[in-house]
Design a protein around this ligand. Structure first.
Ligand SMILES: NC(=O)c1ccc[n+]([C@@H]2O[C@H](COP(=O)([O-])OP(=O)(O)OC[C@H]3O[C@@H](n4cnc5c(N)ncnc54)[C@H](OP(=O)(O)O)[C@@H]3O)[C@@H](O)[C@H]2O)c1
Length: 282
């Protein structure tokens, strides 16, 4: 009975992970959310599925993470097979800001620190807290949802100067995943970042028009510089079903890479991925 913890599962991709994993009765799924009372769609899934446990867990709160891990351990007898970290600070009023659009030094710092706490430190604290359980699990897989936006090559090719805080922190989270891959390699763990592609998770009815305009401008610029790339937003269903195939297939050869939902052969970096010639940086 493989056990999964999906971190940040109240909505979006995390919620869809829970929905798809719950459909297989041989899975046991722990859906971590920072506020159970607001996770109404998740509660509906849990009420309809015997194998889903909704667990309160805020990735920026040490005590809450510890309590969540204890709750999971009580049910599984102390183990966990696969951890999927989907939590992130995403679409907010400053999401499309470049470095130039903050009103003050302090405003920029506050925004970056908030994003860093969820998108980077949250990954570290969550892995550290759940590691004793994962060590007792049999799959030993840790998947951190990554983003092309966190890859310097992507920033340049897409000409994306926008999403400054989000992209900077997603870049840092890819490095964090790679470092865990190194730390845990000899224990048989596979730790990867996995990009889900473009997924329509935002509730557009609540996104302010100026944010939509910024998004459209950024996409048009990306298309101008990359006319052959097709930009099609996927549904969470489509992306997660592809991601689950990747998670099933992923192994130590992929450890540390920033993988794509489109296929394991598209690994950027990682143990067996397209190699970096280290000598260029030393
Ligand atoms: N959607 C895309 O096109 C896309 C593209 C590339 C990468 N990604 C990555 O895929 C992942 C999921 O993205 P998404 O589009 O599903 O995002 P989303 O719809 O904004 O969902 C983010 C989730 O993170 C949770 N969260 C935020 N802060 C938290 C905290 N302190 N503790 C626990 N949970 C917290 C949110 O919970 P609340 O409801 O409590 O806020 C929500 O469930 C992210 O890592 C994102 O960077 C997404």
């Amino acid at each position: 009975m493989p056990s999964y913890a999906v971190i940040g599962s109240s909505r979006g991709i995390g919620l869809e992970y829970v929905r798809q994993l719950a459909a297989n009765p041989s899975n046991i799924v722990f859906a971590l959310v920072r506020d159970k009372s607001k996770a109404t769609q998740l509660i509906d899934i849990a009420e309809a599925s015997k194998n889903v446990h909704v667990v309160q867990g805020d990735v920026v709160d040490a005590a809450s993470l510890k309590a969540a891990a204890d709750e999971v351990a009580k049910i599984t007898g102390g183990s966990l097979d696969i951890l999927i970290y989907s939590a992130a600070r995403t679409m907010n009023e400053t999401f499309f800001h470049t470095f130039f659009e903050y009103n003050s030094f302090e405003e920029l710092d506050a925004d970056f620190i908030q994003a860093f706490k969820v998108n980077v430190l949250g990954v570290i604290h969550t892995i550290n807290t759940f590691l004793p359980l994962l060590r007792k699990g049999s799959a030993k897989k840790i998947v951190v949802l990554g983003a092309g936006a966190g890859n310097p090559d992507f920033a340049w090719k897409s000409r994306f100067a926008v999403m400054a805080a989000y992209s900077s922190t997603k870049g840092a989270s890819a490095v964090v995943a790679a470092k865990y891959a190194v730390l845990l390699e000899e224990e048989g763990f596979t730790v990867v970042s996995l990009s889900p592609g473009l997924v329509n998770t935002a509730d557009m009815s609540t996104v302010p028009p100026e944010i939509l305009t910024r998004q459209t401008e950024a996409m048009l610029k990306m298309a101008k510089f990359n006319p052959d790339v097709k930009y099609v937003e996927q549904s969470p269903e489509e992306s997660v079903s592809k991601q689950l195939k990747i998670i099933e297939a992923v192994g130590q050869n992929d450890a540390g890479g920033l993988l794509s939902h489109r296929g394991l052969d598209l690994v950027a970096g990682g143990k067996g991925g397209r190699g970096l010639d280290l000598s260029v940086y030393v």
